[in-house]
Design a binder for this molecule. Sequence first.
Ligand SMILES: [Fe+2]
Ligand SMILES: [Fe+2]
Length: 421
Amino acid sequence: MHENTKIVSRSVLRDVESASQMMRRFFRVTKETMRAMAGYLPTMRIWWAKKMLARHIWLDAMHADMLRSRALDLRYPRIDVDENIDVHLIHVLEKLPVVTSDEQFIIRVYRVIKPAMLQSFEKYMATSDPLDDAPSHVYLQRMINELKQELEEFDEACTRNGSSGGFDCVSLEQEFKAIMESCGGTEGPDQEPGAEFGDYLNQPEYVIPLEGGRDTSWEPAVMQVPPRAPRNIKEKLVWVAIDHANEVWAAETPAALIWQYKKAPWPMILDASRWCYDEMRHAMMGVERLEALGLQAGIDTPMVPDHWRAFSERGIESLLLLLHGLEQSGPRHKMNLRKTLSEVNDFDGAQDCDYDWADESGHISFGLAWIKLVFPNWSKEQIMSETRKICEEWSEWIQRRHREGTHGYEKFMERIEDKCS
Ligand SMILES: [Fe+2]
Ligand SMILES: [Fe+2]
């Protein structure tokens, strides 16, 4: 090139090496925060926040998936195994769910990490070439839009539920901001937090609770299945809605797997995040139907983690088996319900079941893949017999309480009969 040749340079230059490092860091922050949200989901008692977490776990898992694929595009060959590079960040985020209140967890995620991620994504867009690095821009633009949406949903829910006070604790926010910055924050480079962060880092590991938390405004309950058959069409609709509303445990189960099996192959974690959100949607369908029928879930009808109550002492693996076992009959059951509900002109309920049925078909393959991961030595026959066995135990658990009158349904039945009369 002639020494006098003048080339007009683009204003932003970022080489592939630095771009892939940023994508890898963004992937780690997004994935590990999502894992912490999944781990905390069963503990969360605030109902609106629990619903919000399930939705955002799935959105964030999709973001992590895009970031992961972009990091791999950019000549980064070992994204899932090469964790040593972000070891301090991972250590900090592993302690994210170790909190003393739901509010503290929410502050860490929604007041510190998500706003910081949004800022970093916007900064990356401004400091990288929109042509050379176009795929990153496409992914990041979608993530920016969805992160803004997540933060808006959080703000709206706070305002709607009148609980903004609990989420405006500046000292908790500042404290966690400092912890995040101590390890290099959302952009890195990864660094060892100073000794002053030892109290945070040396806390005991977060442990999944034995029972999923339920909103403190709800009535304590023993079980969800009513102790008698419905006596009229309205009761029949209520019975279906109670069953749907109580699928919260089924959202908590894949969420707990995401936390507990951190080395699971990435595509299985991504599937589990969708599974978690689907089940929470199913629960929300039930709560909405109850509302339409004039009943308030948790007050007039039970909202209770009874499946976990019965089996969680045997480990989350037993709940995976139970969920998979019950899901075997899911599509047929929901298909029949769709027909039954249409026949009694409950078209909203029928549509819920139609979409639920579509979701359930996917869950059967997610469940089988997870069982194979968790019990690698089990044959197909063993998987079938173990799932059948735990489903039988579950129905015995229910029947025993009905038989012995220890179902705790008296107050609910009174309210339901009152509303259905
Ligand atoms: Fe479901
Ligand atoms: Fe399902």
